[in-house]
Design a protein around this ligand. Sequence first.
Ligand code: DN4
Ligand code: BGC
Ligand code: ZN
Length: 358
Amino acid sequence: MVNALTTNAPSGGIEFHNVQISDPKDFEVKLKPLYTGICGTDRGEVHGNLSFAYNHPGYNFLVLGHEAVCQVIDAQENEYGIKTGDYVVPVVRRPGECVNCRIGREDNCSDGKKNEAGITGLHGFMRDYFFDMPENLVKVNDRSMVREAVLTEPAKNVMKAFEVFDTVSRRSIFQNKDSTFIGKNCLIIGSGSEAFLYSMMANEYRFNVYMTNRHSLEESKLSILEKTGSIFFDYTSGIPLKGIDLLIDTSGDPATIFRFVRTMNNNGVAILFGTKGNAPGTQVNGEDIDYIIERNISMVGSVDGSKKHYLDALRYIEKWNHAHNSVIGDLITGTYSPENTEIFLKKPEGEIKSIIKW
Ligand code: DN4
Ligand code: BGC
Ligand code: ZN
C-alpha cells in the first residue's frame, strides 16, 4: 500500500489516500519522489476538462503527477549509470510502436499509442514511492539544485517548442541580416509557469520578449519579468501591439490567439501550446485566413519533449539558477503537503509553480 494523490480520469476529482499498486516485477529502480509540480494539465484532469486523460488499465483511478524530482532508493546495476542515492527526473511519455516512438521521439508519436505518466493510462509520480526502468530517468548532476530540478519537466516542453520554431522558421530567412534575432518580437500569451519558462528561453534567443494576459500582473511576477528583461503587456489596456515575429500561446483561448495573429509580421511563427478543451470558440473570418496565407505565417502545435530536451532543460535550469539572482528559484511560488488537495482546485494568488514536498 502507498499514499498517493489520485483522480478518476477523465471525469476528474482528487483524493489523497492509501492505494494498492502492483508495479511490474522487472522494474529495476525504486524511487522516492522528493518534489512534484502541479501544472495546468493536472488541474485540467482534476476538473474533468482533459478529455484525453484516462485511468491506468486495471484500476478505477489514476495516480496524478508528471513533474517530479526523485531520489533513487534502490537500483540494480544498469547501463544508464543510475545508482542508489542519485537524484533523477522521470520522463513523462513512454513509447508505443510507431516509427517516432522507436527512435526516442515519442513526443512526436504518430499513432497516439504512447502513454503519459499521470495523464494517459499510466500511474504518475504523486505517491510515496514507485518503481521505474532506468532508461526513463534523467540524472540531476548538480545536487545544489534538487528543488529547482522539479522544473525540468515543464522546461523540456519549452526546449522542444523552440526546436519546432527552429525547424519551421527555416522555411524562409527569419533572422536579421547580421544572423541574430535581436530586435525581433516574441509575444507570450499567459503568465503561468510555462509562460515564464518560454520568456526565459526567448530571452536566450535575444528576442524582445513580451508577456500578456487579460488582467494586470502581481508585483512579484512583474519583478521576475524585469529581472529577465521582459515586458508585461495588458491587452485589455487597448494599446495595440504590432509586429510580432514569434507568438507563443499558453492560454489555449482561441479568441485571444486570433486577437494577436493579425498583428503578426510576414514569415512569423505562431506556436500553439496551451490546451483548454472547454474554452469558448471564436469567429475566424476570411480576412484572418487571407492574412495568414499572404504573410506566410506558420501556425504549429507543439507537445511534450524527448529525453534530449530534458537534458537541455537541465542545462538551462542550471544556468538560470546562477543568472539574474537565481531567478529560476523565484518561479517556485509555494510548497505544499500532499494532504492539501485544495491546491489542485484553486490556484493560489500569484502562483507561478506550486510544488508538493513528499
Ligand atoms: P497555467 O498556469 O494554467 O497557465 C495558463 C495561463 O494562461 C495562465 O497564466 C492564465 O492566466 C492564462 N490565460 C488563460 N486565459 C487567458 C486569456 N484569455 N488571455 C490571456 N491569458 C490567459 O498552466 P501552465 O503554465 O502549467 O501550462 C500552460 C498551458 O499549456 C496549459 O493549458 C497546459 O495544459 C498546457 N501544457 C501543454 C503542454 C504540452 O503541449 C505541456 C504543459 C502544459 P490566469 O487565469 O492564471 O490569470 O506539452
Ligand atoms: C506534459 C507533456 C504532455 C502534455 C499532454 C503536459 O503537461 O508536460 O509531457 O505530453 O501535458 O498534453
Ligand atoms: Zn505539467
